[in-house]
Design a protein around this ligand. Structure first.
Ligand SMILES: Cc1ncc(COP(=O)(O)O)c(C=O)c1O
Length: 396
């Protein structure tokens, strides 16, 4: 049996249902702000394209995807990230959502059985940890806490650690904090990747949800190109239609960057057998080629943050994130107790922050914080915020 399986931790939502079992929720309609599953409508032009392309299912899809899909992704990347050129054939690979690809990339990059081959931020998207464990290594965690502006703090990473490293996960914009790393911070990591020969896996699935139209979050490939690395050596960015286009069920995303790594990843995936279904490829081509629905989506999130944050700020220390759709406030009492009490007193479910982090040297950067996913429609989110404020006003 793969020993990594024993090391896997229960998923945050499993822990949440355990935490909530036995709590009798207030007699109000339930509002769940726990899962980061977009509730806005998917774009009609994509769902229509999906249905029209159903006849495609009588063919096996290829792992590399259609040239049309790769081209639409390459052109989108060039425009969104101000890149001179992205080679659609060598530098782009469609994947079935970033989750499976963030997992699978560790199988390609990591030497099994060797310790210290993966570094992950803490707190983090739990797939990074599982990917490291099942690839036969143990992840080293770097804190992303309030002291570092919720960005990963690499100050405890030694030059031996960098030397051993094969895969560095970063999440930019971050989940859960929404913090965005600057181009300069990304460049520092790219220089380290070149020096110590590791690959940066930049999970950018929240990159299209941001408040200021004139200041979109920086991307890893832009930082690489602006350093003169137009081949994006040692850099991979991971993008998804799940959050950008409200299509989490389509399972569609892509990986782009270093052509050598993409080539090896394609080889791995050919054996893994995870080509995107043909009609999903057609729908994805349409989605990456349209920006109007993305603009509308962003403005819906913007309106929601503008409505919800001032309500919560009456009782919580909370600010709108740099990007993404989560709030990450600190709690007046232990985050587990706080989450249980909210459920009991107003039937609002939030995710305790410590479920998203690990205890390292006595610190879990998620402890005494909660993650609030503002994915529901605005009226539901404001109702939840008002209920929370009432509970907070009553005290403990
Ligand atoms: C940080 C992060 N990365 C990746 C994913 C996976 O998204 P998908 O597989 O839908 O692209 C999620 C989903 O919530 C996430 O929060």
């Amino acid at each position: 049996m793969n020993p990594g399986l024993e090391a896997l931790q229960p998923y945050p939502f499993q822990r949440l249902s355990q935490l909530f079992s036995g709590v009798s929720a207030a007699n109000l309609p339930e509002i769940a702000l726990t899962i980061g599953e977009p509730q806005h409508q998917p774009p009609r032009l994509v769902t229509e394209a999906l249905m029209e392309a159903l006849t495609g299912i009588n063919h096996y899809p290829s792992t590399t995807g259609t040239p049309e899909l790769r081209n639409s992704i390459a052109r989108w990347l060039e425009q969104r990230f101000n890149l001179q050129h992205v080679d659609a054939d060598r530098q782009v690979l469609p994947v079935n959502g970033t989750r499976e690809a963030l997992f699978a990339i560790a199988q390609t990059l990591v030497t099994p059985g060797a310790p210290g081959r993966v570094i992950s931020p803490n707190p983090f998207y739990q797939i990074y940890e599982g990917a490291a464990l099942l690839a036969g290594t143990d992840p080293k965690f770097v804190p992303a806490n309030s002291a570092s502006g919720f960005k990963p703090d690499f100050s405890d990473v030694t030059s031996d650690d960098w030397q051993r490293l094969e895969l560095l996960y970063i999440c930019n914009p971050g989940n859960p904090s929404g913090a965005v790393m600057s181009e300069k911070e990304l460049s520092t990591l790219i220089a380290l990747a070149q020096e110590h020969d590791f690959v940066i896996v930049s999970d950018e699935c929240y990159s299209e949800i941001y408040p200021d139209e004139s200041a979109p979050p920086a991307g890893l490939l832009t930082a690489a190109a602006n350093m003169g690395h137009t081949d994006y050596a040692k850099c991979l960015c991971f993008h998804s239609l799940s959050k950008r286009s409200n299509l989490p069920g389509l399972r569609s995303g892509f990986v782009a960057g270093d052509a050598d790594v993409i080539h090896k990843f394609t080889r791995y995936r050919t054996y893994h057998g995870c080509a995107m279904p043909p009609h999903h490829q057609v729908a994805s081509t349409v989605a990456w080629s349209d920006e109007n629905h993305v603009l509308a989506n962003r403005s819906a999130y913007r309106a929601k943050f503008e409505a919800v944050v001032p309500i919560l700020a009456q009782q919580l220390e909370v600010t709108a994130p740099d990007a993404g759709f989560y709030l990450w406030p600190s709690t007046p009492i232990d985050d587990l107790d706080f989450s249980r009490e909210l459920l009991r007193r107003c039937n609002v479910a939030v995710l305790p922050g410590q479920f998203l982090g690990r205890w390292v040297n006595g610190e879990n950067p998620g402890a005494n914080r909660i993650r609030i996913a503002l994915v529901a429609e605005q009226g539901i989110c404001t109702e939840a915020a008002q209920r929370m404020v009432q509970v907070l006003e009553q005290g403990w």
